[in-house]
Design a protein around this ligand. Structure first.
Ligand SMILES: Cc1ncc(COP(=O)(O)O)c(C=O)c1O
Length: 232
């Protein structure tokens, strides 16, 4: 596909944009292969590491880092401060030329109020915590793997998590909405994906594994999900 696009008009720049960890199923994009394909075709790669930062890679340094792409001159990473860092706002990481270009031309940056100091400070505090306690990232992945193991052992269909997103398939959209409501009533907040945010036929509830959950809380959460699961 890249080849076709570049051949059609070689003067045009090509940009490949991908999530690192896909937010619905929690699977990881093949970033090393994507980067190699981009290099082979002279394209740039933009990776949204919203669900990777803080969880994937050594000490939660993120999926591009884990794929050996940290500091690469042809890779731009976007990340949110709102997930593992528990704050709000976002960042773009990349070559100085790209950042300078965005600072001078990105309308949503130029005409928007700057990140508020409290959000920046909270994100910074989280980053410092993560660098002091890098084991938190591995713990989040362990919690996700434990949830996945419990849910699939109970016969539920959940994709193997690569980060902290654990997605569990529901028979249909109505059941997914009811399942999420039943979980909430039982004290467990889960996300709910159903059309139009996902295509028909793949409605899900989504759990997000956290490093600070105790083993007992993980078991209790799994009990609630299994105990409220709709009949297939
Ligand atoms: C893959 C992905 N990218 C980006 C975002 C946006 O994050 P925010 O708008 O909170 O910075 C989300 C939020 O759910 C997401 O799932």
């Amino acid at each position: 596909m890249l080849d076709g696009a570049r051949k059609e008009d070689p003067a045009r720049r090509a940009l490949v944009v991908s999530d690192s960890v896909f937010s619905v199923d929690g699977d990881v994009a093949p970033l090393t292969g994507l980067a190699a394909a981009c290099r082979a075709h002279g394209a740039a790669l933009v990776v949204d590491d919203a669900h990777g930062l803080g969880v994937v890679g050594d000490g939660g340094r993120g999926a591009p880092y884990a794929a050996g792409l940290a500091g690469a001159p042809d890779v731009v990473v976007t990340a949110t401060l709102s997930k593992s860092l528990g704050s709000q706002g976002g960042v773009v990481l990349g070559p100085a030329r790209v950042i300078e270009h965005l600072v001078n031309t990105a309308r949503t940056f130029i005409f928007d109020t700057g990140l508020n100091p409290a959000a920046a400070g909270a994100a910074l505090a989280s980053l410092r915590l993560l660098s002091r306690e890098p084991e938190r990232a591995a713990r989040a992945r362990t919690v996700a793997a434990r949830l996945h193991a419990r849910l699939t052992a109970a016969g539920l269909s959940a994709a193997r998590p690569d980060a902290s997103v654990v997605s569990v398939r529901a028979p249909g959209p109505e059941q997914a909405v009811r399942w999420a409501a039943d979980c909430r009533a039982a004290g467990l907040v889960v996300g709910c994906f159903r059309p139009p945010s996902v295509p028909d036929g793949i409605s899900r509830v989504r759990l997000t594994a956290r490093a600070d959950l105790t083993d007992q809380q993980v078991e209790e959460a799994a009990d609630v999900i299994v105990g409220t699961a709709p009949a297939a």
